[in-house]
Design a protein around this ligand. Structure first.
Ligand SMILES: Cc1cc2nc3c(=O)[nH]c(=O)nc-3n(C[C@H](O)[C@H](O)[C@H](O)COP(=O)(O)OP(=O)(O)OC[C@H]3O[C@@H](n4cnc5c(N)ncnc54)[C@H](O)[C@@H]3O)c2cc1C
Length: 261
């Protein structure tokens, strides 16, 4: 069966800054990395491909710089990479990104399953996979921690919930987002890295995808009203004492003072 994994390139989180005056999140200019949760989706895609034959592909909405993230996936054994890239895509909100990815999947055509990470670690909306499913009118299961069974036409998955999990049966094609518990991602081999450097990446523009700019980029349905950095954490206090009992007593008094106990 053919699996397409949706992969987002994210910046180094520690280097992100907020420019309150400009009302902007300032992203670092480095090459960035594959969204960590997407590595689990790629691993699952590769495992399914290895069990069932077929292809594991990756697709991303990004810029030319996103190629490095796609090559990192090719180095792991992914067969083909698709980059959806166009100036018109800049400023897209998560629903618009879902719309663009849906157009990419429509153009690709031959797939049984779409996998994605649970959420992106930079903008964190956890909306894109469900948006893709909605745009393509496909069944979906979000936050999946296990594939119990999967074949060309159906899958049974365990979907994480606060109290345990739901068992969900899906008709394929479907869209599934995964959580970390699902597997342990592999590392690339040197041979894989060398081969990935030479592989062609297919790039599709808005015109290639038949998108005319409506509902994407600057025409997204949402706009950012205000951007602020997170409040700095208050400094911690170390409670000193001669014995563990004394320290525990002082801690107890402090919790009482703050009416926590
Ligand atoms: C008004 C507005 C304007 C914005 N403007 C910009 C901008 O100019 N530039 C910019 O970089 N961001 C911009 N963003 C942020 C951008 O919309 C999000 O980064 C993007 O839509 C994905 O949302 P998310 O990161 O929260 O992904 P989530 O929904 O948290 O991601 C879940 C999963 O979906 C998949 N996925 C997410 N994004 C992609 C992708 N791009 N390609 C393939 N798979 C993906 C991955 O598998 C990921 O693990 C803007 C957001 C808003 C609301």
């Amino acid at each position: 069966m053919n699996v397409v994994v949706l992969v987002k390139q994210v910046p180094e989180i520690a280097l992100i800054k907020v420019d309150e005056a400009a009302n902007e999140v300032v992203l670092p200019q480095g090459p960035g990395t594959v969204n960590p949760l997407d590595e689990y989706a790629v691993e699952e895609g590769l495992r399914i491909k290895e069990k069932t034959s077929g292809k594991c592909m990756v697709m991303s909405v990004g810029t030319e710089r996103t190629e490095s993230a796609l090559r990192a996936c090719l180095a792991l054994g992914v067969d083909d990479a698709y980059l959806l890239c166009d100036e018109q895509f800049g400023g897209s909100d998560p629903q618009a990104v879902g719309h663009i990815l849906a157009a990419g999947l429509r153009k690709l055509g031959d797939y049984n399953l779409v996998l994605a990470g649970k959420q992106a670690i930079d903008t964190d909306s956890a909306q894109v996979p469900a948006a893709v499913a909605a745009h393509l009118n496909l069944p979906q299961a979000m936050f999946v921690k296990k594939f119990e069974t999967v074949d060309d036409a159906t899958a049974t998955v365990l979907r994480s919930t606060e109290d345990g999990h739901d068992v969900v049966e899906l008709k394929l094609p479907a869209v599934v987002s995964v959580v970390k518990e699902i597997n342990e991602p592999r590392l690339p081999s040197l041979k894989g890295k060398m081969a990935a450097k030479k592989k062609a990446i297919t790039t599709w523009s808005a015109t290639d995808l038949g998108l005319d700019g409506s509902g994407i980029g600057a025409a997204s349905g949402t706009r950012t009203i205000k951007v602020t950095p997170p409040a700095p954490r208050p400094k911690g206090e170390i409670i000193e004492g001669e014995t563990p009992e004394e320290i525990a007593d002082k801690l107890f008094d402090k919790l009482r003072e703050k009416q926590i106990l």
